[in-house]
Design a protein around this ligand. Structure first.
Ligand SMILES: Nc1ncnc2c1ncn2[C@@H]1O[C@H](COP(=O)(O)OP(=O)(O)OP(=O)(O)O)[C@@H](O)[C@H]1O
Length: 471
């Protein structure tokens, strides 16, 4: 301690009152005991930190006994008395407070302990803040991991991007379907994302095997069977060695049968047999093998109408249709248009390194357009606009004219009494046709009945439905 010339006389009462106020105004607990651990002095802060009363302090005897009886969780004074040196420790009091104790022995001329002065600093709040900080850091780390995963997902191929409520509900349903092994039939127009959805279901499932995709319409009929089932060596001319089929490759995984409506009729019964007992036999083989696979099929055809036309087996339809959902066309989920525009432009920016800036009228036009090719078409348009633009700036000039001139009309809105007709005849006829067929479909129970009432044959109706994007 340092004093100045103004310091009062050592004997004065002023000095005692000065020390008393220092003691009582200290935020730290102060405790002074003699060489036997009997308390001599303490302050209010000490009582609050340790959770003790004046009565208790006056009557507990010495600190050694108190410690033995468990009245204190820890004591620094006793150690300082025994070791004659300064001792610090951390203590967690019974009232929940945490403190750092620092006990300093005061030695006489013979180096014997006369007193011990203990400083008790409440660190409960600091500890709490430290814990909070630790927790915040942990949360922060987990957010960073989640953000990184989201970023990786965005960068990886075949991502399912959506914002609309209807897609949220579908993805939720798909996640539930992913938990079991029943066949799933995914319906929807071309380019709506059936393939992406099938992959999503596989990723969400516990299936460790591969996701195998086959486009049933793209492989010639005579090759399809051997592709699906595999073949044994010598089973036909050119089969120089045996080949594993796609069903077998999908063992423990998922087989995705795209364009199932195009599966040749004779193969449909073979697929049905596989779906019933999950046993396959290679072409030219004699042995059956069990396959554990999940089957997801997809089509943009109206299977019910194909059944009516005897082009698709009803029993196979029932087997495939255990779980099903229809992915709506893009024009019915406008919220997804801007999200997908943003997603595809980010992908291009990443690939080519030039930022893309889209004028607001371009987005408006994209929202008005009906996207018959759905997301596939949207993705292609974004790519085209990007490559046609100068420095990534997209204006209406980069939009194809058919989107630019696309009429946003609804048949119900055409005013037949006005002379101010601006819609081209071709578009007006198309819009009317779409409205008329939709009305007729809603009033009839089968495609055949609808075709009969419209006076067209069923294949015309199917073609018109597809061309006019009628679901
Ligand atoms: N929700 C989506 N998010 C991001 N990309 C998508 C989404 N849906 C589809 N795509 C992309 O659009 C394209 C067409 O999707 P996909 O092949 O899944 O459609 P489909 O319905 O299976 O079409 P088809 O009936 O012609 O086989 C693909 O490039 C796909 O990556």
């Amino acid at each position: 301690m340092y004093t100045t010339p103004h310091f009062p006389d050592k004997e004065s009462n002023q000095l005692i009152s000065l020390f008393t106020s220092i003691f009582s105004t200290s935020y730290d607990g102060l405790f002074v005991c003699d060489q036997n651990g009997y308390p001599l002095l303490y302050n209010q802060a000490l009582l609050e930190i340790c959770g003790m009363s004046v009565d208790y302090m006056n009557n507990f005897g010495n600190v050694f006994n108190l410690l033995k009886q468990g009245g204190l969780p820890n004591s620094a004074s006793t150690v300082a008395i025994e070791t004659k040196s300064i001792y610090s420790a951390m203590v967690h009091y019974y009232n929940g407070k945490k403190a750092i104790l620092s006990a300093t022995p005061i030695l006489d001329d013979n180096q014997e302990v006369q007193f011990v002065v203990t400083n008790v600093r409440d660190v409960t709040e600091i500890n709490r803040l430290q814990e909070e900080l630790g927790e915040t850091q942990q949360i922060n780390t987990s957010y960073q991991i989640a953000l990184k995963q989201a970023q990786e997902q965005l960068e990886s191929q075949n991502q399912l991007i959506y914002k609309s409520k209807v897609m949220h509900q579908l993805v939720f349903l798909a996640s539930r379907f992913a938990k079991n092994d029943s066949p799933i039939l995914i319906l929807g127009e071309s380019g709506v994302g059936k393939d992406v959805m099938a992959q999503y279901i596989h990723k969400q499932s516990q299936r460790k095997g591969e996701f195998i995709k086959i486009n049933c319409g793209a492989i010639p009929e005579n090759l399809l069977e051997s592709e699906l089932f595999g073949y044994e060596k010598g089973s036909f001319t050119g089969a120089n060695q045996s080949k594993v089929g796609l069903f077998e490759m999908a063992h423990k995984g998922t087989i995705f049968l795209d364009e199932i409506g195009d599966l040749p009729y004779p193969l449909q019964v073979k697929l049905l047999n596989v779906l019933q007992d999950f046993k396959i036999r290679k072409v030219g083989g004699t042995k059956y093998r069990e396959v554990d696979m999940r089957v997801i099929a997809a089509t943009n055809c109206n299977l019910e109408s194909l059944i009516e036309q005897k082009k698709f087996r009803q029993d196979l339809y029932y087997r495939l249709n255990v779980l099903n959902f229809t992915i709506p066309p893009l024009r019915e989920r406008q919220e997804d248009i801007s999200t997908l525009l943003f997603y595809f432009s980010k992908k291009l920016e990443k690939k080519y390194g030039i930022e893309m800036h889209m004028d607001a009228p371009v987005l408006e036009k994209c929202l008005e357009y009906d996207w018959p090719g759905n997301i596939r078409e949207l993705s292609n348009i974004v790519e085209r606009m990007y490559h046609m633009s100068e420095d990534g700036k997209i204006t209406l000039n980069q939009l194809p004219t058919y989107i630019l001139n696309f009429p946003k009309i609804a048949i119900q809105n055409i005013d037949y009494n006005t002379s101010d007709i601006t819609v081209p005849l071709k578009d007006a006829v198309k819009t009317f046709e779409k409205w008329y067929i939709t009305q007729m479909l809603s009033q009839t129970s089968t495609m055949q009945e609808c075709a009969d009432k419209l006076g067209v044959n069923i294949s015309t109706l199917v073609r018109k439905k597809r061309n006019l994007s009628i679901m």
